[in-house]
Design a protein around this ligand. Structure first.
Ligand code: C2E
Ligand code: MG
Ligand code: MG
Ligand code: MG
Length: 279
């Protein structure tokens, strides 16, 4: 009997594995199709400068417009796009779309684009950035590249060289989701970062908790001494805003000001200056 039960469990497990694999295959095929059919969209979330009290930049965040399932979040498909390598053409598309959109916005608004380690690792990455800038007429100074800690753990020398090349062009480099992975202070010295984006987990329960505030304060202090701007992600409440402001954070991003929105809505917001009062 135990044997039968064991077999049953095994089969059920295999069925589930099958199901998962099938879903993955479907998703992968759909991703490829979506890329070919132009079913991705870039939405933009404001980056707010707390000293200047205005929007100084936008983060480009990709979405998938699925015919049946509606708008799909990148947290659903970016991991699979990375596993399959599809993130390289997808990321390239996002980069070009974001530069094109940014070129239609006021000159004092920069654009931040997330770049996967798989893109950066590519020998021709700096070249494709240069081409995107040339094709859209966007000044390099208005482009920020956001990378995560995985870039630092990868082939360090080659990645470092690419980052230096980009910086020589005038492109700025941000360290995204700081504090979530293997963040090491030594990386901040070795890599040419212009901005540290402190992960939203640090602000989530910062109100009334002195340790989160203390960590943010320490990173701000470190940033200041290294000449690096600090931004806090995921600011949702006035209390969190008060905390990060008190800790000397220069920039914030979060639902309190705006979620990511389509370009049209963002342009309107920039024209109307709708955010000024809130900041
Ligand atoms: P990320 O680069 O850290 O982007 C910030 C994420 O935090 C976005 O999620 C944004 O909507 C969310 N967020 C911003 N403010 C708040 C807030 O106040 N509360 C909460 N709960 N969330 C907030 P999104 O758009 O779902 O993107 C998730 C991740 O997907 C991004 O995290 C990034 O790692 C990845 N991603 C998005 N677009 C691209 C892309 O074009 N290329 C690559 N390689 N990755 C991308
Ligand atoms: Mg980002
Ligand atoms: Mg981030
Ligand atoms: Mg994040």
């Amino acid at each position: 009997e135990a044997k039968a039960a064991g077999r049953g469990t095994c089969c059920l497990f295999e069925r589930q594995m099958d199901e998962t694999a099938r879903e993955r295959t479907v998703l992968e095929r759909e991703l490829r199709e979506a890329l070919a059919l132009g079913r991705f969209e870039v939405h933009y979330q404001p980056l707010v400068d707390l000293d200047e009290n205005r929007i100084t930049g936008l983060e480009a965040l990709v979405r998938w417009r699925h015919p049946e399932r509606g708008l799909i979040s990148p947290s659903v498909f970016v991991p699979l796009a990375e596993e399959t390598g599809l993130i390289v053409p997808l990321g390239e598309w996002v980069l070009n779309q974001a530069c094109r959109d940014a070129a239609t916005l006021p000159d004092d608004i920069s654009i931040a684009v997330n770049v996967s380690v798989l893109q950066l690792r590519n020998r021709s990455f700096a070249q494709s950035v240069l081409m995107a800038l040339a094709a859209t007429g966007l000044q390099a100074e208005r482009l920020e590249i956001e990378i995560t800690e995985s870039v630092l753990l990868d082939d360090t020398e080659a990645n470092l060289e690419t980052l230096h090349t980009l910086r020589r062009l005038g492109v700025r480099i941000s360290m995204d989701d700081f504090g979530t992975g293997y963040s090491s202070i030594s990386y901040l010295r070795r890599f040419p970062f212009d901005k540290i984006k402190i992960d939203r987990s640090f602000v989530r329960d910062s109100a009334g908790r002195s340790d989160a505030g203390a960590i943010i304060r320490a990173i701000v202090g470190l940033g200041t001494s290294l000449g690096i701007t600090t931004l806090v992600e995921g600011v949702e409440t006035e209390a969190q805003l008060a905390t990060v402001r008190a800790e000397g954070v220069q920039e914030i991003q979060g639902f309190l000001f705006s979620p990511p929105r389509p370009l049209g809505e963002i342009s309107e917001m920039l024209v109307l200056g709708g955010i000024k009062d809130a900041a």
